[in-house]
Design a protein around this ligand. Structure first.
Ligand code: BGC
Length: 752
């Protein structure tokens, strides 16, 4: 494609209209066939291609027949990067077959609160997992010459007032928690497009935020693709273009086009900035149109794949000798979700699913002794005593009870947040009554984010199926009957109750501001640091087999016994399947910073690998650690930083089940210097290597005079007073004048 040539031929007016959509899903179309246009479509876990009424917002659920893969809350639990890649490949092929240039996903906003209505579409509370899984998915889709649009950039972790609210987040928290997934994706997969979110960040709309879209995304991270707005996320289009927002979607019916022309003519907007936006759209078109592939959308094949993926995602949360079921047992299958599974969420990601498999539909493939009774509906919360009675009767006649429960559609969706974490009362009540029969109860859950489980101690088994895509019923039954060994683990913490969540005091919004008051202490970073009990911890999930860990080895690069921050280390650990069936284990590596250089979570996940093992088999799993594995973001340095000193490498089955540890020493870094001005405290100067000696010499006399005693005889309080004494107070307590203080500051600066 001759991008420069096309750009040269375009008039100012054409360029102005080219930087916004022609309709909801197509970029601007001109009569001139030399200027390309593209079709984009939601995403992320299937194609929502709105073909018949592309501009009708009310037709959001009228899209092409497509395959609904498990949603991100489920796929995250697979912790399987290869699986994400493979799913991306399948989706990329579907896009080629249906002429979709760009799939609008993945969505990687951090699960700050269990209440966010869109958590089902988001990956994790952990930015590393979110970034790694997203990058794998992006690489998969893009390997088929189809673009992705990682979204919603950024700090858009709730639905309440999502189009307007101002996320108030300090830079360290932004960098460590809310931006990291996007950063990993850029560095590992260069998404073809980025989607700027609706909200504002510290006062500035994302779609016109130069720091976010240019300074950080392009200059610092090296992003090369296109930035588009979320649908209707543009406030000031002129500012947006200058800030790096290339494409407005869907468009403004020409209003902004005129403003752009005027702004260029009046010099308010440089034509160069407009040209950059046009060029980025043309480059996207070139990537797609110059590499078209012949593909067939094989819906049946992809349906089978959706089942296989979900099998990897299901998390076995509890199993007191009840699972897997045996085909000869009499099973009472209860709950509307068995017939009408909830397998996806509401809103822009809603797929017109090709073939929905409920567990009840396929039950006879597993056993002749399964009965079905509705008990409670899948789409509401009514207690119907007659249905309860029928369910209890079936339960009393069975050996075991299998309940399909979860959140009805109306409980969680794009557009609004939940205001509690409870399941419908009808479900809680029936589960309680079923448990009271004394029979073993297994509960299968269909939900997009954590729920409270008042019956957790009364049931023998809990299976978290999440919103597992159109094949969820088959996948669940394969797990229940042991045809597949469960291997998912939670990519989010399940708190015991909502009030325990760290965002609770500030969620969702107050006077249009969302204060991210918990800072970096999100999810397990908070619960683990506070040593709080949770219902189920981050990284947790059971299997039908057991695994043993041994032989943890940390091997620093370069042969030293210390890890140099510039070269890192490789960590090895052996994992053995000690049970009698084949299984997969998700091995997790956390790092705990013992240097006390700043306040940090007690540990953070820095590596995960999923490994498959035959009974008795051992495999060595390895992880590569680099500077970022140890670092936090220092706003003093405007850079990532890790202090020299002690860290603990932890290998865990979950964030709460650390099975092996090794203490390591990090070197090659430097000590964070104190700010040298008249407010610097004596303690800081004594702690800092380069100023310690000078400070001791220079102030011992003054300190002794102040305390009336030398160091050995000083009481603790006097020592503390001296430690936290700013230099300037020596005017009052140390009999020093301004010239002397200035001279000391000069001496100190020379030492830095
Ligand atoms: C959503 C996006 C989606 C877009 C197009 C917006 O409301 O936030 O995630 O891609 O609509 O449907």
């Amino acid at each position: 494609m001759d991008i420069e040539g096309i750009l040269k031929e375009m008039t100012l007016e054409q360029k102005a209209s080219y930087v916004s959509g022609h309709d909801m899903w197509t970029t601007e179309k001109f009569d001139n066939p030399a200027v390309p246009y593209l079709f984009v479509s939601d995403g992320p876990h299937g194609l929502r291609k709105q073909e018949t009424n592309p501009n009708d917002q009310s037709e959001i659920y009228d899209s092409i027949d497509a395959v609904c893969f498990p949603t991100a809350c489920a796929t995250a639990a697979s912790f399987d990067k290869q699986l994400m890649y493979d799913m991306g490949v399948a989706l990329g092929k579907e896009c080629q077959a249906t002429n979709v240039s760009t799939l609008l996903g993945p969505a990687v906003n951090i699960k700050r609160s269990p209440l966010c209505g869109r958590n089902f579409e988001y990956v994790s509370e952990d930015p590393y997992v979110s970034g790694e899984m997203a990058a794998a998915y992006i690489n998969g889709v893009q390997s088929q010459n189809v673009g992705t649009s990682i979204k919603h950039f950024a700090a858009n972790s709730q639905e309440t007032e999502r189009m307007y609210a101002d996320s108030i987040v300090d830079e360290r928290t932004l960098r460590e928690i809310y931006l990291t997934a996007f950063e990993i994706a850029v560095k590992k997969s260069q998404p073809w497009t980025f989607m700027a979110s609706y909200n504002r960040i510290n006062g500035e709309y994302s779609s016109e935020n130069k720091w976010l879209l240019k300074d950080l995304l392009r200059d610092e991270w090296g992003y090369e693709g296109l930035v588009m707005s979320d649908w209707g996320a543009v406030s000031d289009r002129i500012k947006g273009i200058a800030a790096g927002l290339d494409l407005e979607m869907p468009g403004s019916h020409g209003v902004n086009d005129k403003m752009i022309v005027e702004a260029v003519k009046s010099g308010k907007l440089s034509e160069e900035d407009l040209d950059t936006a046009v060029t980025n759209i043309l480059k996207l078109a070139e990537k797609f149109l110059d590499h078209r592939q012949e593909e067939v959308f094989d819906r049946d094949k992809d349906h089978d794949m959706a089942v296989r993926i979900e099998e990897e995602c299901i998390v076995l949360l509890k199993n007191e000798g009840v699972l897997p079921f045996n085909k000869d047992e009499k099973i009472a299958m209860i709950g509307g979700f068995a017939k009408t599974p909830r397998f996806q969420g509401g809103g822009s990601s809603h797929i017109n699913a090709h073939e929905i498999t409920g567990a009840a539909d396929v039950a006879s493939d597993y056993s002749e002794f399964i009965t079905y009774s509705e008990g409670f509906p899948a789409d509401g919360d009514e207690i119907d005593e007659a249905k309860f009675e029928a369910a209890l009767k079936a339960a009393n006649e069975a050996d075991k009870i299998l309940v399909f429960a979860g959140l009805p559609d109306s409980f969680e969706s794009e557009g609004y947040d939940r205001d509690h974490m409870k399941m419908p009362e009808s479900q809680n009540e029936l589960i309680k009554r079923l448990a009271a029969t004394g029979k073993k109860v297994v509960v299968v859950l269909h939900n997009g984010s954590p729920v409270e489980m008042p019956w957790v101690d009364d049931v023998a088994g809990i299976v978290e199926a999440y919103l597992g895509g159109e094949g969820v019923g088959r996948a669940v039954m394969n797990i229940i009957y042991g045809k597949v060994n469960p291997s998912g683990k939670l990519a989010e913490s399940f708190p015991i109750k909502l009030e325990h969540n760290p965002s609770y005091l500030n969620f969702p919004v107050a006077r249009h501001k969302v204060v991210y008051g918990e800072g970096v202490f999100v999810g397990y970073r908070y619960y683990d640091t506070k040593q709080m009990d949770v219902l189920f911890p981050f990284g947790y999930g059971l299997s039908y087999t057991t695994f043993d860990y041994s032989n943890l080895k940390v091997v620093p690069e370069g042969g030293s016994d210390k890890i140099d921050i510039n070269s890192g280390a490789t960590v090895y650990v052996d994992v053995t399947n000690t049970g009698s069936v084949k299984g997969k284990e998700i091995v997790q590596l956390y790092i705990s910073d013992k240097t006390a250089a700043t306040n940090r979570p007690i540990h953070e996940l820095k590596g995960f690998e999923k490994v498959e093992l035959e009974p008795g088999e051992t495999k060595t799993v390895s992880f590569v650690l680099d500077k970022r594995s140890f670092a936090w973001y220092s706003t003093e340095l405007s850079d990532w930083y890790a202090a020299n000193g002690e860290y603990i490498i932890e290998i865990g089955k979950s964030s709460r089940d650390i099975v092996l540890i090794e203490r390591v020493e990090l070197t090659g870094s430097f000590q964070l210097p104190p700010v040298i001005d008249q407010d610097v405290q004596l303690g800081e100067l004594l702690d800092y290597e380069k100023t310690a000696e000078y400070t001791k010499k220079r102030f011992t006399g003054a300190a002794t005079a102040f305390a009336g005693a030398d160091e050995e005889e000083m009481d603790e309080m006097t020592k503390a007073v001296l430690k936290y004494m700013p230099l300037r107070t020596l005017r009052s307590f140390g009999d020093m004048n301004n010239e002397q203080i200035e001279e000391i500051l000069n001496e100190l600066r020379k030492l830095m």
